[in-house]
Design a protein around this ligand. Sequence first.
Ligand code: 3SL
Length: 256
Amino acid sequence: MRSGIELRYALFFKPSMKTIEVCLLPALFRFKSTSKDYIVVVIDVLRATTAFCAAFDSGVKSIIPVSGLDELLEYKNKGFITAAERDGKKVDFVDFGNSPSIFLQSDLQGEKLAYSTTNGTQAIELAKGCGNIAIASFANLKVISDWLVTQDLNIVILCSGWKNTFSLEDTLCAGALTELLELSGHFNKICDSSTASLSLWQLSKNNLIETAQLASHYKRLATLGLHADLKFCFQINSSQAVPIWDGSAFEDVSKF
Ligand code: 3SL
């Protein structure tokens, strides 16, 4: 016969349930324990992870994230298509900047892309220690959530932020993903960062653009005149891409 406490525990916590945590800054990631039972979901709404999805939607075969520009130049010399920005501006020697809108206007069928950004690819670099990495944005929210539900892994959502400062748009997207994952019935959020992200999303989802416009990086990109990208990055479920790390590059497993 179960005691009252055991019964309540059984009702509220199923042992097969997986966990969701949100890491609001790359600097906090080292305090998260991640093992082979975990997957790190990297978010950089403006614009790296949205651009990842757009590049795959334009036909790219694989994406290699690269931290430094010297290394990126080596990839260019080996024949890779290259993309990079620093502080929002396209780097001079590359083929593309970091614009999802421009990726979508390009035919990149079968190309291998080497890619470096100010924050997004640096967050990915941190996540490599875990081994399992997925890429999320508002663009691929539903498909990435559906895929994660099939994986039976605990989830750490890593917000890329801006130079290790909190990012409103990444946190909103983390909350949106947390909401979908919890609705699947297979996940429990286990930290206040995930609770806060979810609350922020639920307070803001009916006026997402107005809230996003308060973000410092939104204002930074608006100053650079990147209005098409800003509009695109907050369109929900525009992409079917499911970018997953295979140990040496990201591939879009929705195409397998
Ligand atoms: O920092 C990054 O990874 C970029 O996404 C920044 S930007 O939107 O291209 O400026």
